[in-house]
Design a protein around this ligand. Sequence first.
Ligand SMILES: Cc1cc2nc3c(=O)[nH]c(=O)nc-3n(C[C@H](O)[C@H](O)[C@H](O)COP(=O)(O)OP(=O)(O)OC[C@H]3O[C@@H](n4cnc5c(N)ncnc54)[C@H](O)[C@@H]3O)c2cc1C
Length: 481
Amino acid sequence: MEEKYDVIVAGAGMAGLPAAAMAAKKGAKVLLLDRNNKENVGRKTNWGWICGDAVATSHLDFIKSNLGLSFSYPELEQEVEGVYAISPDFKSKILFDEGNGYVLNRPLFEGKMLEHALKQGVEYRTNFEVERPLIENNYVVGIAGKDEKKEHKEFKAKVVIDALGISTTLRRALPQNEYVERVVDIDDLELTGRFLYEFDLDHEDPLLYTPKYALIHLNQVIAPGGYGWVFPKKGNRANIGIGVQKRSLEIRNKKLNKKDTLQSLMKEYATSIPVFKNMRLYNEGPNGGEGYWSVAVRHQMEALTFNGYIGAGDSMVMPNPISAGGIGPALTAGVLAGINAADAIAKNDVSIKGLWKYNLDFNEHYGKKSASLEVFRVYLQSLNNDIINYGMKVFLTAAEAKQLSYGLVPELSLSAKFKTILQGAKNINAFRNLLYVVNKMKEINAIYEQYPKSMEEFPAWKRRITQEVKEVKEKFKPNPV
Ligand SMILES: Cc1cc2nc3c(=O)[nH]c(=O)nc-3n(C[C@H](O)[C@H](O)[C@H](O)COP(=O)(O)OP(=O)(O)OC[C@H]3O[C@@H](n4cnc5c(N)ncnc54)[C@H](O)[C@@H]3O)c2cc1C
């Protein structure tokens, strides 16, 4: 038997929860589906809520102003004053993301968002496995899946919001179309490990652990093509993890004649931080604090809508390409998806055209600031530790790094830098390449400023972006160690 809704939100995570609450707040009849039970709302996989859990306050403010929902301790577990990126030789650190933020208690945070969505009148079905979209006349008209008894079930709606995260079974099964891409390149993924540790603290060290800052360790030997992180939680606890690019890991292993895996690197990194003594994994489900998952670090899908379909969060590869921060864009996109789904239904047009405004809204609020950062990521992955050490000391000032972290293209103070750049072909070449990267970022930002106002202009616009990114990837190949 089919049941009919205005909006189905598939996935009750960082994107799906605000999407459902927002659409319901605007009067839509909303069904929210997730494979988790209520106690585990937001859990990504059996491994748990695999995430660094750090989010900037500005994103929480966006939820407050749109949904009227505010957060405090304990779901905002630990306040931090910013994020430091630290060079492989530990000689440079750059305050990458100034301004305060929080390391979340993720189960509590998502639990609070769920309660809020239910208060708005959202209907919530747990233990439901979403298997595929229902397609009729080139429209998504609902979803098919299995309920808690493993029985086949279908639900229909005017709009389906895909908030299933990186492993989405919806986006990947859309009809072939020139708007939403169905595949993400493996080179654009970070394979990640994340451990939750309790420890006895030997001493604080601003380069290794401090409860005041989130720390990122760049190191192509320890985390090839990615980085390691130590994010403080309340008391003597921390969220520790690494992200690696598969291709960079293979090159690194070959160069060093090693056979390391994500798991072996993760364990080595987590247990080799000398300020922690007597480390114990703690909590979060059957795996006791250990977990592995993936995050995409390319520019977001260029178009986020299809007929009867909107994507939000990791299903649309929205995380920041440098930091992999995806909570902020997921919350933002969720709110905007809920608004646009309800508005399109009210106007009786849920075609790509009727939903197009969502693309413009996301671009304006987030997308245009983060897309060009993919270019910087590809460049960074082509540098070895020596050049990263040198570059962090000489190429980028703190102010420039901060601009980058806000999605701005740094205005490199060139003459000052040229004076300080030492002899050495490799460094000069890397600096020239940085100039190229900065120019490329400007070009991409300019293209995103002209995001197509209508779906008809989109294919030609997309070809420009695809060409720019292709050029950068052909120029810079992963080259760790
Ligand atoms: C190791 C790691 C560290 C990270 N660190 C940070 C960080 O510090 N800060 C930050 O901002 N971002 C971070 N991110 C990214 C961030 O976690 C994600 O961007 C964010 O969770 C995206 O939210 P989402 O709702 O789109 O997807 P998800 O959080 O993945 O939620 C998807 C939901 O859909 C459900 N679901 C999936 N498939 C199905 C199905 N077939 N049927 C039914 N239900 C299904 C899942 O159970 C889940 O509830 C990190 C990611 C990783 C992997």
